[in-house]
Design a protein around this ligand. Sequence first.
Ligand SMILES: Cc1ncc(C[n+]2csc(CCOP(=O)(O)OP(=O)(O)O)c2C)c(N)n1
Ligand SMILES: [Mg+2]
Length: 813
Amino acid sequence: MSDKITKTKESIDFTSFKNQVLKDYKLACESREASLLGRKEVLTGKAKFGIFGDGKELAQIALSKQFKNGDFRSGYYRDQTIMLAIEELTIEQYFSGLYGHTDVEIEPQSAGRQMGGHYATRNLDDSGNWKNLMTQKNSSSDISPTAGQMPRLVGLAQASKVYRSNSNLSGLQKSKKFSDNGNEVAFGTIGDASTSEGPFWESINAAGVMQIPLVMSVWDDGYGISVPRKYQTTKGSISDALAGMQRSETKDGYEIFVTRGWDYPHLCETYEKAVKLAREEHVPVFIHVKEVNQPQGHSTSGSHERYKSTERLQWEKDFDCIEKFKAWILAFDANGNTIASLNELEKIQTDAKQKVRDAKNKSWKLYTKDIHIDLVEACALLKSLSQISPQKIFIEKEIEGLEKAYEPIRKDIISTVRKVLRMVSTENNNEKQELANWVKSILNNANNRYSSHLYSESQESVLKAEHVPATYNADAKMEDGRIILRENFKKQLEKVPELLIFGEDAGKIGGVNQSLEGLQEQFGEERVFDTGIRECTIVGQGIGMAMRGLRPIAEIQYLDYLLYAIQVLSDDLATVQYRTKGGQKAPLIISTRGHRLEGIWHSGSPMGVIVNALRGINICVPRNMTKAAGFYNTLLISDEPALVVEPLNGYRTKEPFPNNLGDFNEPLGVPELVKEGKDITLVSYGSTFNLCEIAEKTLSQMGISIELIDVQTLIPFDINHAISKSIEKTNRLIIVDEDVSSGATGYILDKVLVEQNAFFHLDSAPQTLSAKDHRPAYGTDGDYFSKPNVDDIIEGIYEIMHETDPLRYPKLY
Ligand SMILES: Cc1ncc(C[n+]2csc(CCOP(=O)(O)OP(=O)(O)O)c2C)c(N)n1
Ligand SMILES: [Mg+2]
C-alpha cells in the first residue's frame, strides 16, 4: 500500500503531495475540534442536542477528494467533514446550526429549523429559482429518520443516467444547470446500524437493477447507539451480506470495496477507484468502511461507557483515525522525503483548536446578538409601561428577571411580555398598546422564522398559476376518461422534455388502467418506464430526480399502496422546502388512483392519513379525468410537490373531449360549485362526489334543493372560503366521503367550521357521512355495506331535513 503511495508520490511533485496531506490533516483536526467543542456547548446548555462526525474524518476526506461540481450528497448526521471539505459548510455555520440561528445567511443549512448535523446546500436563489448546480457541490438536505436519505439517493443518481441517455434533454440549455452529460455521481452515506432499515435494502436493490452512478459509503463504527452490529446485520458485515450483489463478467451489479476508517492511503486509493468507475461507467459502487471509530460515543444524550467494554473503549483510542493518520505522516519516508515533524503536526492541532474556538465564539456572539435586539426592545417597552401602570412593582420584577437571566432566549423574552400583558389587561394606554404591537410583530417574525416555506413561495407556486379553462368543440365527442388522460400526457411529454413517467406497469403496458397506453412506444424507455414493485423508492427516484431539474411523475399503482411510501413522502418530500427554508425544492408529482374497486387493498381511501401526514404536499382529488388532467397541467407549470388521486371508476366513464389538451388547467384550492341549491350544502370529492350527483337528482325530486360542492383539492383547501359562503345561504352542511369516520371529513369539518367560521351560519347540526371504520369489504355488496352509497346519502340528507321540518319530510322508516 505505502509502495503504491510512494509511486504516486514520485510521479507528482512531492511538495504538493505533502501540502495536500497536511491540508487533510488540518481539516481532520479542525473537524474533530468542532465535534469536541460542540459536545461541550450542549453539555453546558448553550445548544440543545449534538450529534457529531468525530471518528469519521479520514474516510470523509478521502471521499471529498472525488466530489466534483454538480455531484450530490445524500447522507446523514455524521458528515460534517464532507461538508467542510467540499466547502459548503464553515465552522461558524456549523456552530450556528448547533445553536439554531434562524438567519439563513448565517445558518444556510436550515435556518435553525433542523438540529445541528443536518446538512444541505442552497440550491435555489432567494426567489426560489434553481441556481446553476453545476458550479457548486450539492448536498440534498438531511433528514433524521435512519436510512431516510436512501430513497432520494436513488433518484439523485438516476438523474445522471437520464441526462446521459436522453440526448434531447441533455442538449437543452436549461439542462446545463443540472448535468454535464450525466457525469455526476450521487454520494450516499449511512451508519452501519441503519443498514438494517427497509429503505436501505430497497434502495440498494433498485440502484443495482438500474445501474446508476451511486457511490454508497457505510461508516461502520460497530454500533447503532448502544446496539452492536451482531444484532443489526447478517454475518455481522454489510459487505458480506451484500456480496451476492457483486457484479461479474456476465452480470451487472455492484462493485464492492472494503476499506478501513483509519487507513488514509487505502481510503484515498479506494475512493479514487470507486468514484471513477461510478462516474464513467455508471456502475453503482459500495464502499464498506470498517473500523470507523466514535471517540465521543453516539450523541450528547448519553455516554458510551454505559455499553462499550473496556477493551472496545481502548480500541476507540488506539484506532482513532486522526492518531493513526498522524502516525502514518510521522512514519512517512520516501527516499528521504518526509511530510512533517511531530512539532509541526502539534502546531497544526493547536492552531485548529484556536480556529474552532474563535469560530464558535463568533457564532455564539451572532446568535446572542440577534436575540439581544429583542431583549433590549422588550425591556424598554416594559419599562415605559411600568412607569404608568398600577402594576408597576410586578412589572419591574419581570424586567429584573429578564435583565438578570443568563443568556435569555426568545421564548423567555416574549413569554415575559405576554405575561405582563395579561397583568395589565384592564388598562388602556399607549404604552400597553405599543407592547401589544411589539408582541404581534415578534409573532409575525416568528412565523417567518419557523413556519415559512411549507409550500413554494416562488413565482411558480401553484396558487400563482394562471387558470386556463378546458374548451370544447361544439360537436365534442365523448371519450373514456383514460383516453383524455393519455392524450393529455402525450401533449405534456411533447411539451416538457424534462417530464418522465414511471412506476409499476407504467411502461410496457401503459399502466394498469391504460392511461399511458402506447406512450413508451412513442416517447421511448427513457421517458416512460417500468419500475420494480417498491413504492418507497419509486417516490425516492422522483424526489432525487426532481431535485436535479427533472419533472418526474411517479406512479403508485393504487392508493392503498401509498402507505408503503408514506414515510418518505411525509419525512422527506413534504419537508424539502420547509426544512431548508426555501433552499431546495423537489417538484415531484405522485400519480395514483383510488377509491372504490371493491375489495380490501384496492378500494381504500385513507385520505385522512394522507392529508394529515403530508402537509407540504398538494393533494388533488379530482372527480373525473378531465379534472385530473387539469391538475397535472397546473402542477407541470408549478414548482411544488403534489399527489393526484385519479378516481378509479373514471377510466372508462365517458367525458367530453377537450380541444385544448395539455394547455387547460385546473386551479388548486378552488372548489367547484357544481350545482346551486338552497336547502343544504353537500361537500364531497373524488369518486364519492359522483354518487352525490346521483343522490342529488333523487333528492331534488323529493323537493330538497342541494348545493353541490366538489372540494377538488384537500391541500390547499378552499382558499376563498366558498364553502362557508354556500352555508351562509343554505344554513346546513353535510360532508360525504369514503374515508373512515373523522378522517378527511373531520379535516374538512374543522376547516369549514373553525377556520372559515361557518358555524355562525348553521341552523342544523353539521353532519358527516363516511365509510365504516373497517377496510371496505369485497365485491359490490361489500362496497355497498362498507361505504356511503347513494341510498345512504339520500337518507342522510333527508334525515337532516326531517329534523328541520318533520311535517314536510316525515320519517322514512
Ligand atoms: C427511523 C429511526 N429510528 C430510530 C432513530 C434513532 N436513532 C438515531 S441514530 C440511531 C443509530 C444509528 O446508528 P448507525 O446507523 O450505525 O449510525 P451511527 O450513529 O453509528 O453513525 C438511532 C437508532 C432514528 N433517528 N430514526
Ligand atoms: Mg454505527
